[in-house]
Design a protein around this ligand. Sequence first.
Ligand code: SAM
Length: 283
Amino acid sequence: MKKRLKRMLAEVLPEHVLSDVYNSYDIVGDIAIIRLTKETLQFGEKIAETIMKIHRNVQTVLAQTSPVHGDFRTRKLEHVAGENKTVTLHKESRCLFSVDVEKCYFSPRLSFERMRVAKQVRDGEVIVNMFAGVGCFSIVIAKNSNAEKIYSIDINPAAVEYMKENVRLNRVYGRVIPILGDAKEIILQRLSGKAERVLMPLPEKAYEYLPYAISTFKNQRGVVHYYNFEHAKKGEDPVEKVKLKVIKKLEELNVGYKFLFGRVVRTTGPNWHQVVLDIKING
Ligand SMILES: C[S@@+](CC[C@H](N)C(=O)[O-])C[C@H]1O[C@@H](n2cnc3c(N)ncnc32)[C@H](O)[C@@H]1O
């Protein structure tokens, strides 16, 4: 696809700007999200039209004009071509997600990771998703396992409204429970000692919130899916670097633990990686 994009762009763009075009972009439902550089800004429409030719289902092209930021992990978007909208319906792993890509966090790049976690869930499990967004991890788990309940917390009111809609769209009523609030407070108020598994898909807060994740477990036993960002120079292993930090925290908390699995989920910048650790807590 990247080669095809470059080949088609070569027909409509001056040669000197071709190397400045980002050849990766996200498609969420029928919306493509691209990034433009100083050099490619004036060619936004041509790039957008080319993407719409390659992906016949894409109706809208938006340009990301800020990094993902703030507590809600959202980004600024500008309309480039097609229908001017930010709400779409995205299909993934037999699930449907309604999402406003400007008001809520959403990444199609985590689809493999969502299924990887879903496959580990045993019948009857109670799960807490501390940073649930529009409910993607929770709904993929509900539709692909026999989990009993997935308490799904998010601090962004818009994300929780879309999560409620997604619960309806995917008919997982009573199994995925959307909850608006700060994960720390919600856990202290109503989820302590309830779960067998916890998801922490917010790298920026995972370290700080790890004690609250552990407090959701029945008898302090369960599995945490812990996400973090890590910098790793050539020759360094980002997974091992995250492990060392987590060990320090777990030892301070005086809990037994075993690392079940770790991997780089995706690379997020030069030498920056998103890492997941599956950690078994043993009381
Ligand atoms: C990186 S997004 C992940 C969303 C979702 N799990 C997904 O993969 O699409 C992190 C989410 O955590 C939410 N969030 C940030 N701080 C929070 C907090 N203290 N408690 C609960 N949710 C929080 C944000 O609103 C955002 O939707």
